[in-house]
Design a protein around this ligand. Structure first.
Ligand code: NDP
Length: 280
């Protein structure tokens, strides 16, 4: 039987509606949640992401300001802006759109964001808290994956989860979150000896690789939940995931489409974290 679709677009809309209600409640208490987004340079993809984030904030009633800085901005100038935003009581969340130009040390900039405003969840201190199970912000894309699982009624407890990819923004944090939810977790990467064999063990398979349709139906266990984080452009217009959807959907119990799976969840989780930051 073909897999059921985990509809990220629909679930993200539900999350946004919940956030909108929470924003109204906060406003009634005199708290106006605010997000600052910082964009350095003119990377076209980053401009689209920033515009979408700003628009999503407006739709749920979150105050948002976008700081667009020229590509030649110095690291010192950027750090000064972060410092101002850290102190600004209107702003509860700060997001620096990555990648930054080469002359700026990304790590230094992310680390400069106040921990209580790090709604992207990328700072070393936040990641440390995630690992030890302390209060933290869940990074948006991994958090989106977990909410998709939850909405499908899938409890990771005791299940075998395989995460393909070990990046700091997706693979590692999602593995930690699955572990915290009591899954038995395997993390695969480019040096994994037999990727297919590892994947075939998975009750929950998360693909965050960035290689178009790397994971095919024969690598999937019957009935598995498949979450495809990958966004790969092939040809002029077509977007595909890291999973070969047609063959995988013949084996999986649940599967996310690309587009319309994890993608829409990422921004919804950013809104959720911003409201959470304001609530705290
Ligand atoms: P990275 O390039 O940072 O990491 C990719 C990971 O995949 C690395 O750990 C790499 O291993 C591993 N890998 C590469 N090739 C193979 C292979 N053949 N077999 C097994 N593992 C392999 O990517 P990101 O984590 O940033 O992103 C992954 C994908 O998710 C991309 O398509 C990106 O566009 C998408 N994405 C989507 C988001 C969304 O909102 N939906 C948000 C963020 C990302 P190694 O460490 O050994 O090099």
């Amino acid at each position: 039987m073909p897999a059921q679709i985990l509809d990220g677009k629909k679930i993200a809309a539900e999350v946004r509606a919940e956030v909108k209600e929470e924003v109204s409640r906060l406003k009634a208490e005199g708290i106006n949640p605010g997000l600052a987004v910082v964009l350095v340079g003119e990377d076209p993809a980053s401009q689209v992401y920033v515009r979408n984030k700003h628009r999503a904030c407006e739709e749920v009633g979150i105050y948002s300001e976008v700081h667009r800085l020229p590509a030649a901005t110095s690291q010192a100038e950027l750090l000064k802006l972060i410092d101002q935003l850290n102190k600004d009581p209107k702003i509860h969340g700060i997001l620096v759109q990555l990648p930054l130009p080469d002359h700026i040390d990304e790590k230094k900039v992310i680390d400069a964001i106040a921990l209580e405003k790090d709604v992207d969840g990328f700072s070393p201190a936040n990641v440390g808290n995630l690992v030890i199970g302390d209060k933290c912000f869940y990074p948006c894309t991994p958090h989106g994956c977990m909410v998709l699982l939850e909405k499908a009624g899938i409890d990771p407890k005791g299940k075998k989860a395989v995460v393909v990819g070990r990046s700091n923004i997706v693979g590692k944090p999602v593995a930690m979150m699955l572990l915290a939810r009591h899954a038995t977790v395997t993390i695969c990467h480019s040096r994994t000896r037999d990727l297919a064999a590892e994947c075939r063990q998975a009750d929950i398979l998360i693909a965050a690789v960035g290689k178009p349709e790397l994971i095919t139906g024969d690598m999937i266990k019957e009935g598995a939940v498949v979450i495809d984080v990958g966004i790969n452009r092939v040809g002029e217009k077509k977007l595909v995931g890291d999973v070969h959807f047609e063959s995988a959907a013949q084996k999986a119990g649940w599967i996310t489409p690309v587009p319309g799976g994890v993608g829409p969840m990422t921004i919804a989780m950013l809104l959720k974290n911003t409201v959470e930051a304001a609530r705290r």
